[in-house]
Design a binder for this molecule. Structure first.
Ligand SMILES: [Zn+2]
Length: 161
């Protein structure tokens, strides 16, 4: 299995994972970094044991618990998801192709969304129709909390005069 260094390429997934670790007060260890790299260089899903064996080629002393912990962090950060298969839990990268966003109709603010629910829906629809889904773009339009507050205030002020 070849390691394409997402670290060196400044892959946004790497940056996101680093930010996630920081938000949890965790530090990046070399072995954890390697687990992440090998995970993302792998196409499709992989079990923790398979990933552990792949990482062990490069870091012979790595504990399987490090692999499990790192996979858990990847899932928690929204970069990976679990899928059931062959009796063991497998992990796969969350689709890079999904660009789900919510857009404020008043101020135009765009927020990227992390939607595991939409992944599930996508899988169901694909299965029902016999398709593979290569890309997804989901747009939601509404009003952001700041604009809603502004509107409420404007209404209140309008009522006063
Ligand atoms: Zn807004």
């Amino acid at each position: 299995m070849e390691t394409s260094s997402i670290r060196k390429k400044r892959d946004p997934r790497w940056t996101r994972f680093e930010e996630f670790l920081r938000s949890r007060g965790l530090r990046h260890s070399a072995s954890r970094g390697l687990v992440v790299e090998i995970f993302f260089s792998n196409e499709g899903s992989i079990s923790a044991e398979e990933l552990w064996l792949a990482v062990k080629n490069q870091v012979p002393g790595i504990a399987v618990s490090t692999v499990y912990r790192t996979l858990r962090l990847l899932v928690d950060s929204g970069l990976a998801r679990t899928c059931e298969g062959q009796g063991t839990v497998h992990y796969e990268p969350r689709s890079k192709a999904s660009r789900d966003r919510i857009i404020c109709m008043d101020c135009g603010k765009v927020m990227d969304l992390d939607l595991p629910e939409a992944d599930l829906l996508q899988e169901r629809i694909a299965m029902r129709l016999g398709y593979t889904v290569e890309q997804r773009e989901l747009f939601m339009y509404g009003r952001c909390p700041a604009c809603l507050r502004r509107r409420a205030l404007a209404m209140k002020n309008a009522g006063r005069y």
